[in-house]
Design a binder for this molecule. Structure first.
Ligand code: GLN
Length: 302
């Protein structure tokens, strides 16, 4: 491994120049700018524009070495959000660790669809369930934007639930968190606290694992080597296994006219639609993301 030289006293703009230079062999110029914005803000507490306005500011050693450490981690393709421990999602700053997926912009679009859906925002005290909550991003944002909602969130991973609880605490958003492996039907029994009679939901939302294992090789290194596989990948032989389970679960747990919102793989729109229809859902609607890719589906329990 090449050891990076450690310059002694540095001005802010020198440190920025150094950051760019060290990352040049690994990232495109725009990627470096995006990384710099995150690292300088969340690690060094420096606003991006300050680099240009207050570029002559002397950076203390401690801060300098934090940025140097981040450079080393970025060169190994560690996602910037795991380095800083923070991810911005729908205007919230959420804690993230390698035990949770880094919330994506496409999931912001799913949340936005729910929040602005006429069929949702007209109702009061709606009950919402998020399945596979990860960092809690969907559940916490929904509770934050629809304060009268009663929100429950589940995940298979206790470590993820710890992160999600922390995030709910930061935003004082009371969400009930429970461990659930949605693929284990036995867990859907009446003894499970979310399946009792009060577990009649108006909305169920989920961003389940949907990347087939055979696509693993083509994923960028920063995703493949750092993000939790349990949150990303699904069996090649049965890539819709989570949609089938969540669909069946939702048919039992939604109120009549309740809505199910799911994030989907861009190539699986048609298949997810026909699966949901086959299970008995009505009004199945696919929505494209900002890049024009099939990314979300909404359907109703009739
Ligand atoms: N959207 C994520 C990605 O492309 C995958 C999320 C998921 O599997 N639910 O990496």
């Amino acid at each position: 491994m090449v050891l990076l030289p450690k310059p002694v006293k540095m001005h802010l703009n020198d440190l920025y120049g150094y950051f760019r230079n060290e990352l040049k062999p690994f990232f495109h110029s725009e990627e470096i700018t995006a990384l710099a914005k995150i690292i300088f803000r969340d690690i060094a507490g420096v606003k991006f524009q300050d680099i240009f306005i207050n570029g002559e500011r002397i950076i203390d050693d401690e801060l300098c070495s934090r940025v140097h450490k981040a450079i080393r981690q970025l060169r190994k393709q560690m996602p910037a959000q795991y380095i800083t421990g923070i991810c911005e999602f729908y205007g919230l700053r959420l804690n993230v660790t390698p035990n949770v997926l880094i919330p994506r912009p496409e999931t912001e679009e799913l949340v936005d669809w729910i929040i602005n859906d006429n069929r949702v925002c007209r109702k009061k005290n709606i009950r919402i369930l998020d399945i596979g909550t990860g960092s809690g991003n969907i559940a916490i944002t929904l509770k934050n934007k629809i304060p009268s909602a009663i929100v429950t969130a589940t995940d298979i991973s206790n470590r993820a639930l710890t992160v999600a609880k922390e995030n709910a605490g930061i935003y004082c958003t009371p969400v009930k968190f429970l461990r659930l492996d949605i693929l284990k039907r036995l867990n859907w029994s009446n003894r499970n606290p979310i399946i009792d009679k009060s577990g009649q939901f108006d909305i169920i939302a989920s961003n389940p694992p949907y990347v087939p294992l055979n696509e693993k090789k083509s994923l960028p290194e920063n995703v493949r080597n750092f993000e939790p596989h349990v949150a990303l990948f699904t069996e090649q032989k049965n890539p819709l296994i989570f949609y089938d389970a969540i669909g069946r679960f939702a048919l039992r747990q939604l109120k009549n006219n309740g809505l199910l919102y799911l994030e989907i793989h861009e190539t699986k729109g048609k298949q997810v639609k026909s699966l949901l229809k086959r299970l008995g859902f009505g009004d199945v609607k696919i929505k494209k993301d900002i890049n024009g890719k099939d990314r979300m589906v909404r359907c109703g329990k009739q």
